[in-house]
Design a protein around this ligand. Structure first.
Ligand code: ADP
Ligand code: ADP
Length: 225
């Protein structure tokens, strides 16, 4: 079954077309990148998937359900942003545990899942640390763990690495891909970095002015004229 489907999705703000007929079919466990210049509508697609905004027309399906029937809080769509937005007064452990506690998961299950997730992102040793004691890359790994630990059906990543310096960014790209494969989770990454798109994606959707200009595997995209 396809995990995420957008069918002829249009979005207008006032009278401006921001998305003009977006069609996407994303399989379970795919790593997808939306690549394109600033303002082409990438983040708008993510906001429509989370329910932060509605499409003007068209159909959005996740996991076989039409999103017009599913309230944003019930969508099980996770999101990681460029700014980590961690709780500054909570330890790494508490930051990652927070969403599980909100969902009334039993304490021993919370502890088990948080520990597992901290191992997966390589921060088991840092669980007692506070955000200000961590590097930017480590903070982004906490943000990733916090989003993943609630087991979303789809994880959306809005330029999560672009605030980091080049070397750490490269390292985290590889790590992100490894984690994605391990969890077999569907991920949709937004970026304007061509090299990043190339190195992490199963498939790339190249966007321009609210439309999909090209779609395919990294080698499809970069060997065709
Ligand atoms: P990207 O993520 O590719 O940079 P966005 O999806 O953020 O692009 O924005 C696409 C276009 O929609 C831009 O021209 C932006 O100015 C416009 N836009 C985004 N949000 C709003 C809004 N709330 N009201 C009006 N226009 C908006
Ligand atoms: P809570 O009451 O906060 O839900 P638990 O009492 O279920 O947490 O904790 C179970 C285990 O989880 C603890 O033995 C410990 O190993 C770990 N743990 C819980 N809270 C923290 C914390 N703030 N920092 C580090 N580890 C913690």
């Amino acid at each position: 079954m396809s995990n995420v489907i957008l069918k002829d999705v249009h979005k207008q703000y006032e009278k401006t077309n921001v998305l003009s007929g977006i069609n996407m079919t994303i399989e379970d466990g795919e790593f997808i990148t939306l690549l394109g210049p600033s303002g082409c509508g990438k983040s708008t697609i993510l906001r429509i998937l989370t329910g932060l905004t509605d499409a003007t027309s068209g159909k959005v399906m996740i996991d076989g359900k039409d999103m017009k029937d599913v309230a944003p809080k019930n969508r099980q769509v996770g999101m990681v942003f460029q700014s980590y937005a961690l709780f500054p007064n909570m330890s790494v452990y508490e930051n990652v545990a927070f969403g599980l506690k909100m969902n009334k998961i039993k304490p021993n299950e919370v502890a088990k899942r948080v520990e597992e997730m901290l191992h997966l992102v390589g921060l088991a040793e840092k669980k007692e640390a506070y955000p200000h004691e961590l590097s930017g890359g480590q903070q982004q790994r906490v943000a990733l763990a916090r989003s993943l630990v609630v087991r979303p059906k789809v994880l959306l990543l809005d330029e999560p690495l672009s605030a980091l310096d080049a070397q750490i960014r490269k390292h985290l790209q590889v790590e992100l891909r490894t984690i994605q494969r391990e969890l077999q989770m569907t991920m949709i990454l937004v970026t304007h970095d061509q090299e990043e798109a190339m190195s992490v994606s199963d498939r790339i959707f190249v966007m321009n002015k609210g439309k999909i200009a090209q779609e395919g595997t990294p080698s499809d995209i970069y060997t065709k004229p």
